[in-house]
Design a protein around this ligand. Sequence first.
Ligand code: ZN
Length: 388
Amino acid sequence: MPTTTPTASGRLLQALHAGGPMSRAEATAAAHLARSAAGAAAEELRTLGLLEINESRAEAGRLGRPSPGLSLRPGSATVVAGALHPDAVELAIVDLNRTIMHRETIDLAIPALPPDQAIPAVARHLNALLGSSAAAKCTAIGISLPGMIGDSDGIARAVLPLAWREVPVGELLAARLRTNLPIYLGHDATFGALAEFRAGAGRGAHRMLFLTSQQVGVGSALITSAHLGGHLGHTLQAGHLIVDPTGPACSCGSHGCLELFVDGRAIAAALRLPPTTSAAELHRALQSGILEDRPARPLAEVLDALSVGLISLVNTLGPDRVVLAGLLAPLARAWRRQLEEALGRSVVAQVEPVSLRVATLDDAVLLGVAERAFTPLMHDPVRTLSQG
Ligand SMILES: [Zn+2]
């Protein structure tokens, strides 16, 4: 992670990546650059092939010389974004405009293999993609894991869905990848949160609490505007917030953790569906109008646990926005009024308003991985592309 400030062309690139096509005057202001520095940075980005400058862009109703329009050239620089799941590896190529230009899903039962076989298998698929013409403009690689991994050492601490504990994923991958490109690894919930914060339901928030319910467990992250420069948010373990100390035992050793009431297994049980019901099937069930405004038990317990959990999290973390994703998204749509009432019981929310939003991105994790992998390019495009 670079500690210096981004170059002028890096700042201009960040402004266009964040805001989309805009006039040079708008981009200059968004990048906090002097006019001459912005002009030089735009020329640099054009020389690198990243920027299209439309000199004829006229601004209606404006007197004087129109400011040229700037836009990032589609496909001019990309990253490989990967997501490891228990049953599959998802690989994508994402460009600077957050367009997914290529994607593939490879069936791979990762937990069934020892890590020293599973990781080389992942590396083989990555090498095949990196060697293809689709990855010609690739500047970095990012990969998400469904669990905690050290941001600096690349060691998967406890990635339970993959059955990985203390696995040096970064080292094992780097040894087998036929590339010198930087590799970024991280927790899928943090990546999903990052994408929602920058390009989805978290846009404009100062301090966003992100909660996503998965088949097993609840992912969470807190992202503040200080993270806009490429740093990841804080990984939380909000799924293990205790909402009922007399509740059932959790794998973490406590009793009555939030995720025991609101993850896919709990929602399946509340809907009286088999525990093996997939997340996709649960999504369909939850969107079919099954959720009543005043749910009876046991669905009422899902709503109660989510409400209690939200009040405690808002009181302790003080977000100005809460974004609910995964299986919590259909719950938030159906029970918005009840959840907003619950937020109103938070003493923090009574002082500073907290808005509740449903996640908006279909591919939040892959897009968040790409955000992370674009970090070196956004910091210093000239240096990053001269190394390629
Ligand atoms: Zn727990």
